[in-house]
Design a protein around this ligand. Structure first.
Ligand code: FAD
Length: 471
C-alpha cells in the first residue's frame, strides 16, 4: 500500500483519541485516526460509560415502578424483552458512533480501520483487512486505553464467565450472577442485573465498596445493594471458578468459612489492564511505568519526544473526561498553542449507582490521612424539598473547607441525581471559591443544587433548612 504521510497519527478512537484528532484538525493539521474496532468511540462508547448508563437508565424504571405503589400508582407485572432492550441500547451507541464518524469526515480526519504498531519514532504500520498500511507521522498520540483485567485464576473457558464487555450485551436475564469486585463497574452492572430480577452476589476483598469515595458517601450505596442484591461478602475472596453445563461453580472464602456456590453467570470486575501489547513500543523510546502505563510529562509527552499518550493508557484516574482533557493538552503542546485545558485539573468522579455517589477535590479521608486542616459541613437531603418530591431523601451534600481561608477543598455527594450536581462543585473548586461564594449564589428552587448552598451556609453556623450548628 502507498505510504500515508501525516502531521499527527492518533492511535485509538475513544474519548481521548477522537478528541485529540478533532482538536488537531481544528488547528489545521493533517490527521490520521487509527481504530481497530469497526465502531468509533472506544471503550467508553462501545463497552463502558454509554452502554452502562443506557442500561442503568432503562432498568431503573423497574424498581421505580414498584416503589411508586406506595404513592398509589401501580403497574402490572414486569416483562423484559432482553433482545429489544439490547437493540435499543445498540441504537444509542450507533447513533453516537455515527456522529463521531460524521464529525471526523467534516474535519477531513482520515480514519483507518486496523491495528497500529510502531516501526520507529516517525513510522507505524496499520494492519488492515486489506493489508499493511504504512503511515509516516511527525507526531503520534497514543490513546489505546485499557481492557478488563482477568487474573489467571479466573481464566476458565466458559461462556458463563463475563467481563463488563460481555455483561453489557444483555441476551437474557440470568437467574443468578456473581460479581467479583466492589468497584464502580461491578456495582453499576450489579444494579442493572438486580433491577431485572437476577439474584446478585457480590464478593469484595476490601472492607468496603467504592474505594476512593468517603465511607459515609458509599454507605447508602451499600445499604441499597444489601437490600437489592442477594448477598454482599466484604473482606472475602473468590478463590476458584469451575465451568459447569449451565453456569459456574465458585469457591468463595468469606466470614472465616470456605464454601462452593453455583451461579448462572459470573462478572469479573477487578480492574483494567493497559492496552499496549500490539503497539511494539520497543521500536520507540517510550517507557512504561511499573504498572504498564505509558510515562508522560505534564503535557502528555512520553519519553519519546515524537510520541504523546493520553487517557487511560497514560494511567492515573481511568475516566473518559480525563482522557478528553489530556487530548486538548497534548494537541496544544504539539501545535505550540497555549492550552485552555489546565495542568493538574480537578477530576470529578461519578458512580451511577442507586443512589449516585460523586466527589471532586480533596475527600475527607484524604484530608485526615494527609493531616490537612479542614472542616466538614454536611447537608442532609432529607431537608431538601426537591428530594422529598422525588420520594428519595437518602442523600447528603458534604463540603470540605479550609477553616482559615474558607476556601473549598473538596465536595462529595450521595443521592439520586447527585452526578448532575458535581459540575457546579468542580467549577467552584477551579475558580478557588470560598464557602461564602457558594452560600451567596441564588440556587433555583426546588432543586437538589440548593443542598450545595445550604451546606455552605452551614459553615457559617446557620442554614435555612437545618438547625444552627455551634461553631
Ligand atoms: P478507550 O476508550 O479505551 O479507547 C481506546 C481505543 O483504542 C479502543 O477503541 C481500542 O479499540 C483502540 N485500540 C487499542 N489498541 C489499538 C491499536 N493497536 N490500534 C488501533 N486501535 C487500538 N468513564 C467515565 O468517565 N464515566 C463513566 O460512566 C464510565 N463508565 C464506565 C463503565 C464501564 C463498564 C467501563 C469498562 C468503563 C467506564 N468508564 C467510564 C471508563 C472509560 O470508558 C474510559 O476511561 C475511557 O474510555 C478511556 O478513554 P481512552 O480514549 O483513553 O481509551
Amino acid at each position: 500500500m502507498e505510504n500515508i504521510e501525516t502531521d499527527i497519527a492518533v492511535i485509538g478512537a475513544g474519548p481521548g483519541g477522537y478528541a485529540a484528532a478533532f482538536a488537531a484538525a481544528d488547528q489545521g493539521k493533517r490527521v490520521v485516526l487509527i481504530e481497530k474496532s469497526s465502531r468509533l468511540g472506544g471503550a467508553c462508547l462501545n463497552a463502558g460509560c454509554i452502554p452502562s448508563k443506557a442500561l442503568l437508565h432503562a432498568t431503573h424504571h423497574i424498581p421505580a415502578a414498584k416503589e411508586s405503589e406506595k404513592r398509589g400508582i401501580s403497574f402490572g407485572p414486569v416483562a423484559i424483552d432482553a433482545g429489544k432492550l439490547n437493540q435499543w441500547k445498540e441504537g444509542v451507541l450507533t447513533k453516537l458512533a455515527n456522529g463521531i464518524g460524521m464529525l471526523a469526515k467534516k474535519r477531513k480526519v482520515q480514519v483507518i480501520q486496523g491495528t497500529a504498531r510502531f516501526d520507529g519514532s516517525n513510522d507505524l504500520t496499520v494492519e488492515t483487512e486489506d493489508g499493511a498500511q504504512p503511515v509516516k507521522f511527525t507526531k503520534a498520540i497514543i490513546a489505546t486505553g485499557t481492557r478488563p483485567a482477568v487474573p489467571p485464576v479466573f481464566r476458565i473457558d466458559s461462556p458463563h464467565v463475563m467481563t463488563s464487555t460481555e455483561a453489557l450485551q444483555i441476551t437474557e436475564v440470568p437467574e443468578s450472577l456473581l460479581v467479583i469486585g466492589g468497584g464502580y463497574i461491578g456495582l453499576e452492572m450489579g444494579t442493572v442485573y438486580a433491577s431485572m430480577g437476577t439474584k446478585v452476589t457480590m464478593v469484595e476483598a476490601l472492607e468496603g465498596i467504592l474505594l476512593g469515595a468517603d465511607p459515609d458517601l458509599s454507605r447508602p450505596v451499600l445499604i441499597y445493594a444489601k437490600r437489592n442484591f442477594d448477598k454482599i461478602h466484604l473482606k472475602a475472596t473468590v478463590d476458584s471458578l469451575t465451568g459447569t453445563d449451565d453456569g459456574v461453580q465458585a469457591g468463595i472464602s468469606a466470614g472465616g468459612k470456605t464454601f462452593d456456590q453455583a451461579f448462572s453467570k459470573v462478572l469479573i470486575s477487578v480492574g483494567r489492564s493497559p492496552e499496549t501489547d500490539a503497539l511494539e513500543l520497543g521500536n520507540t523510546s517510550c517507557e512504561l511505568d511499573e504498572r504498564g502505563y505509558l510515562k508522560v510529562d505534564a503535557n502528555q509527552q512520553t519519553t519519546d519526544p515524537n510520541i504523546y499518550a493520553i487517557g487511560d493508557i497514560a494511567g492515573g484516574i481511568l475516566l473518559a473526561h480525563k482522557a478528553a482533557h489530556e487530548a486538548r493538552r497534548a494537541v496544544a503542546d504539539i501545535t505550540g498553542q497555549e492550552s485552555h485545558a489546565k495542568a493538574d485539573p480537578y477530576i470529578p468522579a461519578v458512580v451511577f449507582t442507586d443512589p449516585e455517589v460523586t466527589w471532586v477535590g480533596l475527600t475527607e479521608t484524604e484530608a485526615k490521612e494527609q493531616g490537612i486542616a479542614h472542616e466538614v459541613v454536611k447537608f442532609s437531603w432529607g431537608a431538601c424539598g426537591r428530594s422529598l418530591t422525588q420520594g428519595r431523601i437518602d442523600g447528603n451534600t458534604k463540603l470540605i473547607i479550609d477553616p482559615e481561608t474558607e476556601k473549598l477543598l473538596g465536595v462529595g455527594m450521595v443521592g439520586p441525581g447527585a452526578g448532575e450536581l458535581i459540575g457546579e462543585a468542580t467549577l467552584a473548586l477551579e475558580m478557588g471559591a470560598t464557602a461564602k461564594d457558594l452560600a451567596s449564589i441564588i440556587h433555583p428552587h426546588p432543586t437538589l443544587s440548593e443542598t450545595i448552598m445550604e451546606a455552605a451556609e452551614m459553615f457559617y453556623g446557620s442554614a435555612i433548612h437545618a438547625l444552627p450548628r455551634n461553631r
